[in-house]
Design a protein. Structure first.
Length: 237
């Protein structure tokens, strides 16, 4: 016969094995016989010993990933992007958490699908634009990708919080060509500014000469008037 204290010890061990601690910002997904059963919130929880098991712990905190990839414009120019994606689980309700837990086998598969989705949307957008337009369309690219990607993420139980394009570069030859164009435009602008400044200087000088001539002519007329007046006065005497 098994001693009573052994039975009690086994029961205590089994009971304590049912205690589950879930960290703040995390939700535990419980399964029974391989099937989804319920979720456990943050804190100390209890699951049925030997029957229920923790299938996965889902973080509901914000997550971020950085990506680097290449796209091709409609005029066959290579564009290189560096982006940062910020996303999170849509909500902590059971339906959403169940979707997040079972949509992908693991987080690696989720990341792969997420990265491919972002890259695909950016490449599709860039393929309709010319190389010269890309730098000016940074906000439009972000807006277009957000609209498309957010819908996909919602189907997976996630929500896109932010998408930032931190850097856009081109092939070395194109970058050198763009630098030359910028330098040429700067020189042209400087020449135009210098020409305008010279024109203003000459205009002011001409105006000054004109005013001097006008003043001199008026003085000469006044002197002639005074001489004529003096001559008439002497004639009367």
């Amino acid at each position: 016969m098994i001693p009573l204290y052994v039975v009690l010890a086994v029961l205590i061990i089994i009971i304590f094995s049912g205690l589950v601690s879930v960290n703040q910002g995390t939700i535990a997904v419980v399964t029974m016989f391989g099937k989804y059963r319920r979720i456990l919130p943050a804190g100390l929880n209890f699951k049925i010993p030997l029957l229920e098991r923790i299938y996965k712990r889902i973080s509901i905190q914000n997550r971020s990933i950085e990506m680097e990839f290449q796209a091709v414009t409609s005029d066959q120019a290579n564009v290189y992007f560096k982006t940062m994606l910020l996303y999170a689980v849509m909500s902590a309700d059971a339906e959403t958490i169940q979707k997040v837990a079972f949509k992908f086998i693991n987080d690696r598969e989720l990341m792969q699908a997420l990265v491919r989705t972002i890259e695909g949307n950016v490449r599709s957008y860039v393929a309709t634009k010319k190389q010269a337009e890309i730098l000016a369309l940074r906000r439009d690219i972000v807006g277009s990708v957000k609209l498309e990607v957010d819908q996909v993420l919602e189907e997976w139980g996630y929500h896109l919080l932010d998408l930032q394009i931190n850097d856009i570069t081109f092939d070395k030859v194109i970058m050198e060509s763009m630098s030359k164009v910028v330098a040429s435009n700067n020189l042209k602008a400087a020449a135009e500014n210098e020409g305008q400044a010279l024109l203003i200087t000459k205009t002011k000088a001409a105006e000054a000469d004109g005013n001097a001539i006008k003043i001199s002519a008026e003085a000469e007329r006044e002197a002639a008037r005074l001489r004529a007046k003096g001559w008439l006065y002497s004639e009367k005497k």
